[in-house]
Ligand binder design. Structure first.
Ligand SMILES: *Cc1c(COP(=O)(O)O)cnc(C)c1O
Length: 319
């Protein structure tokens, strides 16, 4: 039995302008752990359990860790999550509440990751990387299987990109169904544009720092495989501002009554902000990837801060 659930899609006319007819929203925010991560992490756990894993360690900003904690609870495998100091108190508590041990280490994901790798080696624990693992990609790819099995028509896919695991999963899913020609629009926020910068430089670059409210997109370096695939495949990379991502979260909350992180809002924002890039597409499939690092209060605070910072005539939440 997989750990994740099949999620519904809804077709919404609230998003995009121009040639877009309607957006097909794949609601992975409704996974039991609040994000798509459970697809890949669950697939990884099934494999690890079959291979006798007794304890798992995973470095994570939050959502992969929460998914791992959930799988550990469901399967009786002990789980340790190493989070960086940037991970909020609420998210740490959620992970502990699911029964995992939480270690806080480092200023950002990369440092937490090195610590997790060291602990895994010392103790001989199974190590789960939150985005760079073929088992994870395979798990993420099931979202495409579900949308196709459901009969939802789409002519492009929009997804957020952090380390690139979700993007690879989507590309794998499309390939499996001979849909290589479907364009994929990969969205990052400006302060976490590791794929965008790498495609520009034509080599994988490491960002000096992460500067975005969309913390789940905060990988300084895109996975090698995501970079290679984005270079070769039909992938268009765009960026949105934090304010645009936040406005899209509010708009989703108000139109679909679903709360998601700015990491997910970024994808939805692209429909409104970059509609000219969707030329030829009428029905984008948007992966509503979710995330637990958000509360109503936080969203309103971010929104207040962004509205106060400057008034933006193109602010998509402002109509
Ligand atoms: C992990 C995550 C992402 C980015 O996924 P990658 O596989 O790292 O690219 C985007 N949104 C949310 C909510 C996430 O948890």
């Amino acid at each position: 039995m997989p750990f994740h659930i099949e999620t519904p899609t809804i077709t919404s006319r609230a998003w995009g302008k121009g040639s877009l007819d309607a957006a097909v929203l794949k609601l992975d925010a409704l996974q039991p752990t609040g994000s798509f991560k459970l697809r890949g992490v669950g697939a990884w756990f099934e494999h690890a359990i079959a291979n006798g894993a007794r304890r798992v360690i995973c470095p994570s900003g939050g959502n992969a860790g929460f998914a791992a904690a959930y799988c550990g609870w469901r399967s009786g495998v002990a789980v340790t999550i190493v989070v960086p100091r940037t991970t909020s108190e609420e998210v740490r508590r959620a992970i502990e509440g699911a029964g995992a041990e939480v270690i806080v280490f480092g200023a950002a994901f990369d440092e937490a990751d090195l610590h997790a790798q060291a602990l895994a080696r010392q103790n001989d624990w199974a190590y789960l990387h939150p985005f760079d693992d073929p088992l994870l990609w395979r798990g993420h790819s099931t979202l495409i299987d579900e949308v196709l099995a459901n009969g939802d028509a789409f002519d492009c896919v929009v997804t957020s990109v952090g380390g690139g695991g979700l993007l690879i999963g989507i590309l794998e899913g499309l390939e499996r169904h001979d849909l290589r020609n479907i364009p994929v629009i990969a969205v990052e926020t400006e302060g976490a544009a590791s794929l965008h910068s790498s495609l520009r430089a034509n080599e994988r670059v490491t960002l000096d720092r992460i500067d975005t409210v969309a913390t789940s997109l905060g990988a300084k370096r895109i996975a090698e495989s995501a970079f290679q695939r984005a270079r070769d495949a039909n992938v268009l990379c765009v960026t949105v501002s934090d304010n645009q991502a936040i406005a899209a979260c509010l708009k989703l909350a108000n139109t679909a009554r679903i709360l998601v992180e700015p990491a997910c809002g970024a994808s939805l924002a692209a429909l409104d902000v970059h509609c000219e890039k969707f030329a030829g597409c009428r029905r984008p499939l948007v992966e509503v990837c979710g995330g637990i690092g958000v509360t109503i209060e936080k969203l309103l605070r971010w929104h207040g801060a962004s509205a106060g910072a400057q008034s933006r005539p193109d602010f998509p939440g402002a109509q």
